[in-house]
Write a protein that binds this ligand. Structure first.
Ligand code: TXA
Ligand code: MG
Length: 335
């Protein structure tokens, strides 16, 4: 592993890109202060230039090198970063002028987090610069939670994938922006649901949905309705009665527990069943396995993947968000 870390660092230093594990999903890393290197990330992912990247810092003290935290929110930023960093919380803050335009897609803000993954942290620290890293998948595709998933997505396009096994969270970081309120706790705008839940954030402020835009400025350009999509049509079946299978078609079930005591497992003679949290039904396990299970079903040669909903509390909010976005691409395919 030491050799892989050294190689990763050398590649980043020379302006190349590298896939690195984080606790959420694998990221495609570039030196955030090197616009030519960042351009390679956009090219490898085929990501549109209007979709900005998250900047990862090695230490909380590096925040000032990428963001200009206004006085009104300095205290709450301090509280949040002490509570949740290193970890899967991304803050949208006014950007520091040193951050290249290509990283923020020209926005006046920058998205920042500190990864908790020891491998990512080691490379970030050794590089001595912040790392811009989106998820290491082709744009719109399923995020990779293992090195082999990165190989399938981008293997022929990048010089190195550092393999540190499966990611411990499985869904991408929670993204918020902060609006101060005089004499009251601040409002957090939730741009993306993730491992840090609404319930956890509520201790520090009021959580509300992100606004799409203020005036002409689009606030969450990357939060497109269709995302995380397998190539096989995925249908989120919120109501089992709505399933009308066509003769001769092969359907697979993306189940929560895989147990036959609910209505989904017994609804149809499924070609295959993959469970998010086999047997017990735990949301944390379901989040870890979500993209892995989606990928497995995508590779099973099915006509459609039928996904069972999970309860929308805690981590279930992030899971349902990903399932809904995976399903949007396939609205034209009836079950
Ligand atoms: O867990 C994660 O966040 C992973 C790991 C690698 O850190 N990264 C990740 O990056 O999920 P990506 O690029 O797949 O998603 C970043 C999201 C995009 O939807 C992007 O539009 C949004 O963050 N974003 C980045 N900068 C922003 C900004 N200044 N304002 C609003 N949204 C921003
Ligand atoms: Mg992504």
């Amino acid at each position: 592993m030491q050799d892989a870390l050294r190689e990763a660092c050398a590649l980043l230093q020379q302006g190349d890109i590298v896939a690195l594990p984080t606790e959420t999903v694998y990221g495609l890393a570039a030196d955030a202060f090197n616009p030519t290197a960042v351009a390679k990330v956009f090219a490898a992912k085929e990501r549109p230039s209007f979709d900005p990247l998250i900047v990862h810092i090695a230490a909380r003290g590096d925040l000032k090198t990428v963001a200009k935290v206004p006085d009104e929110i300095a205290e709450i930023v301090d509280k949040l970063t002490h509570a949740f960093w290193p970890g899967p919380l991304t803050l949208i803050l006014p950007r520091h002028p040193d951050v290249p335009d290509i990283v923020t897609s020209g926005l006046p803000t920058v998205a920042v987090r500190q990864s908790a993954h020891p491998v990512f942290r080691a490379v970030n620290k050794a590089l001595g610069h912040p790392i811009a890293a989106p998820s290491a998948n082709r744009f719109g595709s399923i995020s990779p939670t293992s090195a082999s998933a990165v190989t399938k997505e981008l293997g022929d396009r990048i010089p190195l994938i550092v393999d540190a096994g499966a990611c411990s969270q499985g869904v991408e970081s929670t993204i918020i922006s902060i609006e101060p309120r005089a004499g009251k706790k601040p409002v957090f705008r939730l741009h993306r649901a993730g491992p840090i839940t609404k319930e956890q954030l509520q201790e520090f402020g009021k959580v509300e949905k992100a606004r799409e835009a203020v005036g002409q400025v689009v606030l969450a350009p990357g939060q497109l309705a269709s995302h995380y999509a397998p190539r096989t049509p995925l249908i989120l079946l919120e109501n089992p009665q709505d399933f009308h299978p066509e003769d001769g078609k092969r359907y697979g079930l993306l189940s929560y527990t895989g147990d036959d005591d609910g209505p989904y497992v017994t609804l149809h003679d499924w070609e295959c069943i993959e469970a998010l949290s086999p047997g017990s039904g735990k949301l944390a396990e379901a989040a870890i396995r979500l993209f892995f299970v989606m990928r497995t079903l995508d590779e099973a040669g099915l006509d459609a993947i039928i996904a069972e909903p999970v309860s929308e509390t805690g981590l279930g909010v992030a899971i349902m968000d990903r399932l809904r976005r995976a399903a949007v691409a396939n609205k034209s395919h009836p079950a």
